[in-house]
Design a protein. Structure first.
Length: 297
C-alpha cells in the first residue's frame, strides 16, 4: 500500500510465481494510470486464483513450476504437520480440539514462520507497506489470509493538512482474527492519534484485538505487527513492534546504516501467548540520524 496515493494492490491463492508481491505492486502501479480503454474500465486492485498467473504472464512476469517453489525445509514442515493431523484424527484425546488450534502450530521458539512484512519511509516522510505470506499450516485450499485483504495485512497513510503524522503497518498472526478486526487499518488510526506511540500501540492491541467483540469466542488471540510512525513537524520517527505470539523476528535500518539491526523479540518467561502483549521500539530523527531505544511496555 502506498501512503501517498492510498492505493492498494494484492494477489491471493497464487501458484507458479516466485514473488507474488511483485504482481501486487504491478496492480498498484496500474491503478495510478486511472481508467483504461474505450470502456473506461476500472483497473483491479485484487486478483486471486489461477487467473493471477495469466494476468502476470501477460505483463511479463516469469512463470515457474510449482516444484521449483518448494524448498526442502517447507517440504519437511508440511510432512510433519500432516503426521500431526493424522494422529489428531485417530486420537480420542483430540476429539474436542477447537477449530482455531490450526493458528497455533506447535513450533519451537526460534523457528520463524513465513509471513514477511516490510515498511519504508523516504526523506520526505512518504510511507509504504507490504505483507506477504504462504498462510497458516495445513490451510484449506483457496484460503485467503490477512496479507492480501485491504486494511488487514498492511496499511500506509501519509501526513495531511489535518494530521501531521505518517503511519505504516504490517501484520502477522492468525489471518482470520486479523481480518475480523481490520487490524492494520485500525492500528494505524490509533497511532495517528496524539500520545506516546508505544502506549497507543499497546492500547490498540488490548482494546481493538484482545478485547474485541469480534473475537469474543477465541481463547488464544495471536497477532504481531511492525509499525513506522513519522512526525512531519519534528522530523522524529519511531519503528515499533508488538506481538502476542511467543516470539517475532524483525530487523530495521536507515540509508546511513552499514547493516540492519536484527532482533528476535520474545515474550517474558511469565507471558502467555495469545494473552500477553509485548511492545518495543526505537526512535530516530531523520535530520539528526540518531537512534535510541524506547522502553518496553
Amino acid at each position: 500500500m502506498d501512503g501517498e496515493t492510498l492505493l492498494f494492490g494484492a494477489v491471493g491463492a497464487v501458484s507458479g510465481i516466485k514473488n507474488p508481491i511483485c504482481v501486487a505492486k504491478m496492480l498498484l502501479d496500474e491503478q495510478k494510470m486511472g481508467l483504461r480503454g474505450s470502456l473506461r474500465q476500472v483497473p483491479p486492485s485484487f486478483l486471486a486464483g489461477p487467473f493471477v498467473k495469466t494476468w502476470a504472464h501477460g505483463k511479463g512476469i516469469e512463470i515457474c513450476s510449482n516444484e521449483q517453489l518448494i524448498s526442502d525445509s517447507a517440504r519437511r514442515s508440511f510432512k510433519s504437520y500432516k503426521r500431526k493431523q493424522e494422529m489428531a484424527k485417530t486420537s480420542s484425546s483430540n476429539k474436542k480440539g477447537r477449530p482455531e488450534d490450526v493458528c497455533n502450530p506447535d513450533i519451537t521458539e526460534n523457528e520463524v514462520s513465513d509471513t514477511v512484512g516490510a515498511l519504508v519511509c523516504d526523506q520526505f516522510g512518504n510511507v509504504a507497506s507490504a505483507t506477504s505470506s504462504g498462510g497458516i499450516a495445513l490451510k484449506y485450499s483457496g484460503r485467503i489470509g490477512q496479507a492480501a485483504v485491504y486494511g488487514c495485512g498492511c496499511w500506509s497513510q501519509n501526513a495531511t493538512k489535518e494530521n501531521a503524522t505518517s503511519v505504516a503497518v504490517s501484520t502477522s498472526g492468525c489471518g482470520e482474527y486479523l481480518i475480523r478486526t481490520c487490524f492494520a487499518k485500525e492500528c494505524a488510526a490509533y497511532l495517528r492519534q496524539d500520545g506516546v506511540a508505544v502506549v497507543k500501540l499497546k492500547e490498540f492491541i488490548e482494546r481493538g484485538f484482545l478485547e474485541s467483540p469480534f473475537l469474543a469466542n477465541v481463547s488464544e488471540k495471536l497477532a504481531g505487527a511492525i509499525v513506522f510512525k513519522h512526525e512531519r513537524k519534528s522530523g522524529n520517527s519511531e519503528f515499533l513492534w508488538a506481538h502476542t505470539t511467543h516470539s517475532m523476528c524483525l530487523g530495521f535500518m536507515s540509508a546511513t546504516d552499514d547493516r540492519p539491526t536484527l532482533r528476535m523479540s520474545r515474550l517474558p518467561d511469565s507471558g502467555k501467548p495469545g494473552k500477553t502483549i509485548l511492545v518495543e521500539g526505537v526512535t530516530r530523527n531523520l535530520s539528526l540520524r540518531k537512534t535510541t531505544l524506547t522502553s518496553a511496555v
